[in-house]
Every structure is written in structure tokens, then in C-alpha cells.
Design a protein around this ligand. Sequence first.
Ligand SMILES: CC(C)(COP(=O)(O)OP(=O)(O)OC[C@H]1O[C@@H](n2cnc3c(N)ncnc32)[C@H](O)[C@@H]1OP(=O)(O)O)[C@@H](O)C(=O)NCCC(=O)NCCS
Length: 178
Amino acid sequence: MQWEIKATARLNEDETAALKALSAAVYPPKPGAPKNPSPIKWARPQWSILLWDVDSQLVSYVGALTRLGFCDNQEILIGGIGGVKTHPAQRGKGYAKAGIQRATDFLRRELGVDFSLLVCRAALMTYYQRLGWSAFAGDALVRQNGEKTIFTWNEVMLIPARKALPACRVLDLCGLPW
Ligand SMILES: CC(C)(COP(=O)(O)OP(=O)(O)OC[C@H]1O[C@@H](n2cnc3c(N)ncnc32)[C@H](O)[C@@H]1OP(=O)(O)O)[C@@H](O)C(=O)NCCC(=O)NCCS
């Protein structure tokens, strides 16, 4: 396996095309379905973790970003993980695990985040728990259509980085979710 971390804005044409093909394989377009069926507006990752197999095919992807937010009233630097996906034919080989671990290491060591946050379906919580993540029991606030709202669409999970996991009741992500 080969991997690299690149600024998303600096992905070249080949990398952009490979990511588009991977996304289409993971989320095949359904005939007649609207192009973007999700009503939720998501933040674009600033960083892309790309994982390639021995044949130089992009098999897995993890997006990452940083966000200044508030833990109750205390300002904190949050690392964000999102857009995790592995090609259906390459699952169960540890690609996503490797990408997530590289992304959280990068956010902690290079970008100095206090902790990292991701959102996932309830079915994936045990997977992330095995990788060291814990469910956040408080409310996460996000922006949608210009308004602040409690994030209720998915589960919110955290992993410590420079600081211990926050004990706050409200985590304000100060922007779109990821
Ligand atoms: C979730 C996903 C990224 C895992 O990728 P992967 O490279 O196969 O992950 P790993 O090899 O590190 O780990 C595989 C584990 O994922 C877990 N997993 C994958 N899909 C799952 C699901 N739908 N429900 C519960 N667990 C799941 C399993 O525990 C599996 O364990 P196993 O190897 O013992 O079977 C991949 O299944 C995928 O792309 N799914 C569609 C997109 C998605 O749901 N992304 C997650 C957004 S938070």
C-alpha cells in the first residue's frame, strides 16, 4: 500500500479523476435519483489522504480539516475526519483503518489539534470504537442554511489529540459539519 496526504486544492487531474471514480464505485448513481439527494450541506476537506494499492489504483480515501470551535465557552482547535470510503472490492483489508490513523496522526502532530471529531452511522460506531474513538454525549452545533442547529443526522465521535477528551456539554463546530 502507498499513501500520501495532499491539500485537497492541490490534487492534480489524475488524482481528482481517481477520487471521482472511487466515489462513484462507493456511491453508485441510481437512475432517476437527484444528483445530490442529501439535504445536508457538508464542509469540503482541506486535506486528502489517498491510499493506493500495488497496481496504483486509488482504493481508499479519508478527508481531513481543522476548525476553530468552542467547547462550551472555551475556544478549541478541532481536527475533522470525513468522507471515509474504500472501494467495495477492497474492503476489510485495513485501508480505511490505515487512512484514519494517518489522518489523526497528521492532525495531531502537524496541525496541533486539541482532539479530532467525525460523524458516522450508528452501525459504524463499534468500528470506530475499536480504533480508539468515543461517542460524544453532548450536543454538537453546526451551521445549516446560515442557521445554528444541533447536529442530529448521525453519531458524533471524538478521539483525543493534544488535550484529553472534552467534558463539555455543547461543542460548537462554528460552521458546516464534515
Ligand atoms: C466503512 C468503510 C470505509 C470501511 O473501509 P475498509 O477499508 O473496509 O475498513 P477496514 O478494512 O479498516 O475495516 C473493515 C471493518 O469495517 C467495518 N464495517 C464496514 N462497513 C460496515 C458497516 N456497514 N457496518 C458496520 N461495520 C462496518 C467492519 O467492522 C469491518 O470489520 P471486518 O474487517 O472484521 O469485517 C467502507 O466499508 C466504506 O467505504 N463504506 C461506505 C462508505 C461509508 O460508510 N463510509 C464511512 C463514513 S463514516
